[in-house]
Design a binder for this molecule. Structure first.
Ligand code: ZN
Length: 143
């Protein structure tokens, strides 16, 4: 195939633990040992207290829908046969300032609401015509 693979690079050091945990159906987020705040996207040092003592912390997977967009026509070829789909930003229950970019699944676009309770679900991320599959966190309505 031409161009970059649409699959995430699970061996890229800054996010390797994120994808390794996702393969075990666990959601982990970097947390500073100095000030105990969550930091996303992963950074070598804490943006709040500059500590470089960052670890990975398992989180509940519960979140609130912060924002979303319904993609009717994919701009990137590998996503064409997934449309329509919903990309969303979810605010984690542990710290709503931590927002993950994800896809919202198992919900019609019309049913989406601001602050809707969602929870993580793990699904294989794969693309037609692309070899391989990565277990990835998506979010679905809760309850
Ligand atoms: Zn810190």
């Amino acid at each position: 195939m031409s161009g970059a693979s649409p699959l995430p690079d699970v061996d890229w050091e800054p996010v390797r633990e994120f994808w390794a945990a996702a393969a075990r159906e666990t959601l982990v987020i970097p947390r500073c040992s100095g000030c105990e705040r969550y930091v996303w996207y992963p950074k070598p040092a804490c943006p709040h207290c500059a500590s470089q003592d960052m670890g990975w912390q398992e989180v509940s997977g519960r979140a609130a829908l912060f924002s979303w967009a319904v993609v009717e026509r994919a701009l990137f070829a590998p996503f064409e046969d997934k449309a329509p789909y919903v990309t969303g930003l979810v605010a984690l229950e542990e710290d709503p300032a931590v927002r993950l970019v994800t896809n919202i699944v198992d919900c019609s676009a019309q049913a989406l609401r601001m602050d809707m309770p969602v929870c993580v679900v793990f699904r294989p991320l794969e693309f037609s015509g692309v070899e391989g599959s990565v277990t990835a966190p998506f979010f679905a309505p809760r309850g």
